[in-house]
Design a protein around this ligand. Sequence first.
Ligand SMILES: *Cc1c(COP(=O)(O)O)cnc(C)c1O
Length: 380
Amino acid sequence: MKSADFQPATLAAHGCGHTDPVHGAIVPPIQPSTTYERDPDYQLINQARLYSRADNPNYDACEALLTELEGGAASLVFSSGMAAATAVFQALASGDHVIVPPVFYWALRNWLFGFGARWGLKVETVDTTQPALVAAALKPGVTKLIWIETPANPNLAVADIAALAEIAHAAGARLAVDSTFATPVHSQPLALGADLVMHSATKYLNGHSDVVAGTLTTRAADDHWQRLKLVRGQVGGVLGPFEAWLLQRGMRTLFVRVERQSRNAQRIAERFASHVAIRAALYPGLPSHPGHAIAAKQMRGGFGGMLSLRVHGGAPAALNVARKVQLWKRATSLGGVESLIEHRASVESPGSGTPDDLLRLSTGIEDAGDLIADLEQALG
Ligand SMILES: *Cc1c(COP(=O)(O)O)cnc(C)c1O
C-alpha cells in the first residue's frame, strides 16, 4: 500500500498496511525480546536491533503510522507523554532559554520550573495566544524552544501555530506543539511550520484508558532529533512491547472515535453555553471562544472532544455537579471512549491558577443525548 494514495483515516484503519511476511497475519505480532543475536562474525543479524532500551519492533507500526498522520519525517514512542515531553527539554543545553504559556499540562510545568530550572534551563512564561508578546520575549541565539499546547489543558486556549512558527524560526528557535487535545484527526502542526509534535498517547491515540504512552514526531530528522533519540535510549523512557502493540491497535480506530467525540463535545458546548447554571463554556468550536477564528483556521473537521464548563457558585457548586453525575465518570485523564468529568483544581497543586469553578469534560463516544441529559440533571 503506497501511503501517498490514501487518506489518513484509511492509513490508520489499516495500521499502515502491515502484513506479517512469515504467516500472512494482518496484525503485527508482539516481540518481547530484550536482546538480539549476532552472527559468528559478530554482526547484528539483518542489521537488526541491539537491545530493547533503544527500540523494539513493536514501535515500528506506531511510529510509521504517526509519521504519516502528522506528515513528519520520523516519530518516536515513549513510556508516557511526560517522558516524550521532558525528552524535548533534555535534548537542550543548560542555559538555553525556552518560552512556555501560562497554562499548559500542569505536571510538565511543575517539572520544568522544578527540575528544568535546577538543571539550568531558563524557562519564561509568555502568553502564547499573543504572538507579538512572544516575538518581544524571544532572545535570538539564546531562545532555543517555544513550547505550546493547543487547545490547552484545561482552559482550551488556542495558540496560532503558523504565526508562532514564523516568529520562532526568524530567531533561530524551534516550535514544539503538545497536540494531545487536537489529535492528528483535527490538526497537523508540522504542516503549519511547527518543528515537533508531542502527544500524550495515553489519551486519544490509544483511546481506551488502558495504556500510558507518549509520542514525538519531527518535521526534519535534524541534530535535535538525533539528540532526542539518544535521550530515549539513554534515559530509558521506553514503552513495553505489549503497550506498543495495544497503542497501534488503538490508533486504528482513531478517526471514528475522535470524529464522534468532537461531534458530542460540540453539541454539549452549544447546549450548555447558555444554561442558567453555567458561567462560561470553554470550547474552541463555539464562535464566542476567543480562539475560535484561529482554531477554525488551523483545525479541520472539528474542535476536539475536550471542553470545560465554569459553573456559577464556585468550588462547592462545581463539586456538587461532579457528585451528582451518574453517566459521566469522576476520574482524571481524557481521550477514552467513556466520558470523564474532573474538578481540575482538586487534582492540580495549590496555586495552579485553574479556577475552582471549572469542570473539565472529556467527551466519550456515548450517545450525545444521554450525556446531555446526565449533565442537565446534575446541574438542575
Ligand atoms: C496527559 C497529558 C500529558 C502527559 O501525558 P502522560 O501520558 O500522562 O504522561 C501531557 N500533555 C497533555 C495535554 C495531557 O493531557
